[in-house]
Design a protein around this ligand. Sequence first.
Ligand code: SF4
Length: 470
Amino acid sequence: MALAVSTSSTSAISGSSFSRASSNHNELRAPQIGSFHLLDRPHAASIALNVSQRRSSVKPINAEPKRNGSIVPLAATIVAPEVVEKVDVKVEDYDQLAKDLNGASPLQIVDKALEKFGDDIAIAFSGAEDVALIEYAKLTGRPFRVFSLDTGRLNPETYQFFDAVEKHYDIHIEYMFPDAVEVQALVRNKGLFSFYEDGHQECCRVRKVRPLRRALKGLRAWITGQRKDQSPGTRSEIPVVQVDPVFEGMDGGVGSLVKWNPLANVEGKDVWSFLRAMNVPLNSLHTKGYVSIGCEPCTRPVLPGQHEREGRWWWEDAKAKECGLHKGNLKQEEAGVNGNGLAHANGSADVADLFDTQDLVTLSRPGIENLLKLENRKEPWLVVCYAPWCRFCQAMEDSYVELAEKLAGNGVKVGKFRADGGQKEFATQHLQLESFPTVLFFPRHSSKPIKYPSEKRDVDSLMAFVNALR
Ligand code: SF4
């Protein structure tokens, strides 16, 4: 893997030598997700094109390492590339295009993206199952580019996978690295694992978001592997194509970059069916229980039935599970609330209270102190420590109220304790409060409460926790 970073690497691209291998149609006859029909395009021999001339005007991804080899996959050049017209991002109606392509297969969407943007588009490859995008790009028969963010904190398996993908597709992935001075400052000031203490945003900003921003400044469009089913609540409105709501492209300014999400409407299991059917190289971490794969310290395997996003930044709150990379898809912005929700812990009196139902007991400070003292109680208790201004508490209001209704008269008391403001210190010391909301189960025969460890706050998950302990 080349580590040299060049900011004037036009030659690394314009000097590319393209393969002119003939197309092998058998390669193209492969099972697809959705109702894909083979793309019908003339063979390489039928078009004579001065490719190096065409590519000489292409702005590279900024930090493309200088290489002798082409960044264009040999497999992708089996069919002649078409002359690409420059697309005026601002003129195209991408809302309409997204509607038009909503029922299209990923292959058709990737093909349309590559057709429209040619050398000014690249696939963002994370080193996980989004290798499907590379496979689709290959199947289109068009040239394509791939970039990836090397944060310096990836698993060894991911680096081996990058290498396997480069060899399998005969491509050079354009790696983007974080700024050395910024990483140095972060690590010297805060250590190597600051994200466990104060959230992943700062580290991600340095190691991922800024390198991504640099990469995108060399493009007019990018292709991501985002799917609606990956992060419920935050990715549910991903269109298959959109003017990028967050990042800028090479022309600068709002609307200068187009984001393609060919897998938006595809479910994870269907991506996997496709990968298996196509015999695509895979990250070996998948065989060890990893589903979503990111940096080594921030990724863990998940159990059967757990959502894949539970394997990422698991120590933080469920809805904060975005790296900043795709923040435009979040319905609610952070709005000054940090990852653990304690930024506003001084409390605010002008916010409506939560969990207002007769099935739920409002505990005062003496009330919860009493619960902490009792070694034996008639019934176990479930108590949420909350702050009414906290959007995560607000988000679980319906499920917690429903749970209280279900448990009413069924041998488990349900309560709430407002733990912000003056109660924060007490709650931190005695109620295991690290973030809002914190849900505690007080067993019948013990004074020590058990903290609900999961980020799933739906009724069924909370009920499973209660039933396991009652
Ligand atoms: Fe840093 Fe973790 Fe983000 Fe990687 S995922 S950039 S290690 S905080």
